[in-house]
Write a protein that binds this ligand. Sequence first.
Ligand SMILES: [Zn+2]
Length: 83
Amino acid sequence: MAKEIKMNPNQQQVNINPDDLVDVVCSECGCQTFSQVFLFKKLSAVLSPNGKESMIPLQVFKCTDCGHINDEFIPNKDGKKVL
Ligand SMILES: [Zn+2]
């Protein structure tokens, strides 16, 4: 049985020049590496589809050095939209 490998012709080649990229660094210590953590948001009963307050996990990234989470990584921080 011959295996046919088909390249997807619709797949777009994305050429990203590393020189065009801007570093994202920890706004506290300037560290450039981050690890995945979860924070939880509460969905108020009014907005919840089942009428009950629910907890929503959100994946964010924290600085591997000092543990700080940049504001830009947190959607709706302190009830205010930052994104
Ligand atoms: Zn940091």
